[in-house]
Design a protein around this ligand. Sequence first.
Ligand code: HSE
Length: 396
Amino acid sequence: MKKIAIVGFGVVGGGVAEILQRNAKIIEKNAGEAIELGYIVDLRDMPDSPFADKMVKDFAVVENDPTVSIVVEAIGGCGAALQFVRRALTAGKSVVTSNKQLVAEHGLELFRLAKEHGVNFLFEASVGGGIPVLNPMTRCLGANELYEVSGILNGTTNYILSQMLEKGESFDGALKNAQKLGYAEANPAADVEGTDAARKSCILAGLAFGGNVAPDDIHVEGITAVTSVDAAFAEAGGMKIKLLGRALVRDGKKYVFVSPHFMKQEQPLACVGDVFNAILVRGSDVGETMFYGPGAGRYPTASAVLGDVIDIVRNPGREQPTGWEAAEEKPASFDTFKARYYIRTREEKALVQQKLGQITWLPDQQGCSGGVTEPCTRAQLKAVGVALDACWPVFE
Ligand code: HSE
C-alpha cells in the first residue's frame, strides 16, 4: 500500500481525492497495490468535507511522515506551491502536479532536485488537462525527431471563442460561465491574455526539443483583440479562429509562440470546440498525430494527476524520462515566422495590395476590409507601413 498527500483542496485537489475514493479498485489494479489518501493540506477549515478527517494545516506533518511517498501539489502558482514541492522532493517524496506555471518557470530546478533525491517530479496534467500527451510524446513517440507541437492549449479561451463565435454569447458572459465551470485560472487574465497557453507551449517545447524555453522569451497574444468583425471574416472565408500555442521548426529555426490563428474549417484543429483541447504532433517517422480531449476541469485534470501517481507506484525506483535538458533555448523571433497572414484594415484595398502584394480579399464586414496574404513574415508586413488592425497567421 502506498500513501499519498494532497496539498491544496480546490478544484483539482478535490477531484483527486474523490476519484481516488470512487475508483479505488481500478486504481489498485492498475498500480499493482492500493493507494491510500494520508493527508490533505489546506489552510481553510472544511468541517463538512467528507475528507475532514484527513485535513491538516501544516505541511510539516506530511514532510515528516515517512509513510507518505507521493505528494500531489494542487495549490497552483509559484508561491507556497514551490516551497512545498521543494520540501517534498528534498524529503524524498515524489511529486505530481498540474501546475503549469511551476513547471514552466521552475521545471529545471525541480527535475534536478528530484534526481538528486532519487524520486520523480511528474506533470502530465499541466498540459491539455485530461489528455495524455506528455507521456506519449516522450515515450510512444520517443523514436521520432519531433518537428512541431501545436495546439489548442487553453480550455477557457476555446470555450469563450466557441460561445462567442458560434452561439453569439458575449465575451464577459462566456468568461463568467467558464469560471463557474472551474475552467479558468484564479486570475482569468492568464487565460484570455495567453499566459497560460504560453506556459504550456514552453513545456511542450522543452519536451519536444530538449531546451528550456522561458515564457518571458516568447511572443504571447491572447484573444482579447479578437472581435465580431474577425468572426464575420472567418465565417465568410469558411474558416475558424483558434488560439494556438506552437513549438515548431520552420526554415531551420525553432519557434515558440501563442497567437490567434485563422484556419480552414476542414483542419482537424478547427473542429475542436468548447473546453476541449487538441495537440497536433508532427514527427519524423510517425507523421502527424493529434491528441484530443477535455483541457480543463476538475475530473479530467485529476484523472491525469492520478495517472502519474499510478505510474510512480508501478515503477518504483525508476527515473521517469522527461527529455528536458538544462540548456537554454532562445526561440527565433515571431516577426520572422513565415506564413500566410489574415489581415484586417480600414485602409484602401488598392493601396494595401500595392504595398503588401497579392491579397485574397474576403467580403467586406462592418466597413472593414479583410483578407489573407501570400506567405510572408510579420516583419515584412510591418515594414511597408500599412495600418493593420489585426494580423494573425493562418494555420495550414
Ligand atoms: N485555465 C486552464 C484552461 C486550466 O482553461 O485551460 C487548465 O490548465
